[in-house]
Design a protein around this ligand. Structure first.
Ligand code: NDP
Length: 318
């Protein structure tokens, strides 16, 4: 029997290829572009995966497509509405990265507040010997009150870490969680008013677009710190640059940006912004675990008839 054909579109983690190779006939596209789909490819592809998402026009060019296995827990790059309407299963990689992303978030929070990357640069550039001790950080983690915008799988692990630092935690989500004792705020405005440190870990959806705006930043106040590890989409970057330049808030730590890999020059110019190139889950062990789960979804679908981790918009109905 001939093997099922799987399309890998754009960048793919090498371990996904390695895991899929024994099971499937792999067809590689340089980018997720329907113009690259030949009639032969269209006639046989039944599954797809990739790092760069899956637009509706590419799915539409593959009439036998049954499943898209997204590499990553955030699947905003996959047109899930098109998939759901066309009976295409979409899977993602939840849970296996929770701890890594939460660890990185705390690292980014501390780096933002205690200026550790700048202190290291001071040492490496010889300034410690030449000019003496690095400046005292104007801010401290001590005494802060932390609000988490999004208390899902990752947000909850961030909350546990923040609590272990002996800081009070509160949160905002659309529905209050019954399984936690952290203080709930039914609006982002109320949460921002109540805390001085806001950590954003919500998905990219139409409802979360630029919800961290000038008003929310003003509510955090002059001691305010914003950390974003969710998606750049959620922060109004112009408003954030204004707030940082004018000291409406004290500092921001960002792992994600609106138009990656482009980072606005205004943010790069700021001393009170700590900037990372979307690395929250980017360790070899965690990316390997994500690669394994991506591959297992495709293998399970074609060999056992069910996905491992379907997204809520395309539930498995047996
Ligand atoms: P979950 O789905 O488990 O959690 C999402 C949380 O956001 C829930 O608490 C949900 O609560 C809340 N939420 C969703 N929409 C809204 C809204 N409109 N208003 C308020 N709260 C909202 O996702 P994960 O924790 O697994 O991942 C979260 C996101 O983190 C991913 O979608 C991804 O974009 C990002 N991410 C970034 C990484 C990085 O490298 N920087 C790595 C991994 C993930 P409720 O439904 O009750 O509103």
């Amino acid at each position: 029997m001939s093997k099922v054909s799987i399309l890998t579109a754009g960048k793919v983690h090498p371990r996904v290829i390695e895991r899929l190779q024994p099971h499937f006939d792999l067809i590689r596209l340089d980018r997720p572009d329907p113009a690259l789909v030949t009639p032969e490819i269209a006639g046989k592809v039944r599954g797809a995966t990739g790092f760069n998402g899956m637009p509706a026009d590419l799915m539409a060019a593959l009439p036998h497509l049954e499943i898209v296995a997204n590499f990553g827990v955030g699947y905003d790059g996959v047109n899930v509405a098109h998939a759901a309407a066309n009976n295409i299963m979409v899977t993602n990689t939840p849970d296996v990265l929770n701890a890594e992303v939460a660890d990185t978030t705390l690292g980014l929070l501390i780096n933002t507040i205690r200026l550790l990357p700048r202190a290291e640069t001071w040492l490496r550039e010889g300034s410690w010997e030449k000019d003496g001790a690095f400046m005292l950080s104007p801010l401290s983690l001590r005494g802060r009150s932390v609000g988490i915008y999004g208390l899902g799988r990752i947000g909850l692990e961030i909350a546990q870490r923040v609590a272990a630092f002996n800081l009070p935690v509160s949160y905002h989500t659309r529905s209050e969680r019954k399984d936690v004792s952290y203080r709930y705020y039914p609006s982002l405005e109320a949460l921002a008013e109540a805390v001085d440190t806001l950590i954003c870990i919500v998905p990219k959806t139409p409802e979360t677009h630029k919800t961290i705006n000038a008003d929310i930043l003003k509510r955090l106040g002059p001691n305010g710190v914003l950390i974003n590890v969710g998606r750049g989409w959620t922060v109004d970057e112009e408003a954030l640059a204004d707030a940082l330049e004018n000291k409406v808030i004290a500092a921001a730590g960002l792992d994600v940006f609106q138009d990656e890999p482009h980072v606005p020059a205004r943010l790069i110019a700021l001393d009170n912004a700590c900037l990372l190139p979307h690395v929250a889950s980017a360790s070899v062990p965690t990316r390997n675990a994500m690669a394994d789960l991506t591959a297992e979804n495709l293998i399970s679908w074609f060999e056992k008839g069910r996905p491992v981790t379907p997204v809520p918009e395309t539930p498995f109905r047996g």
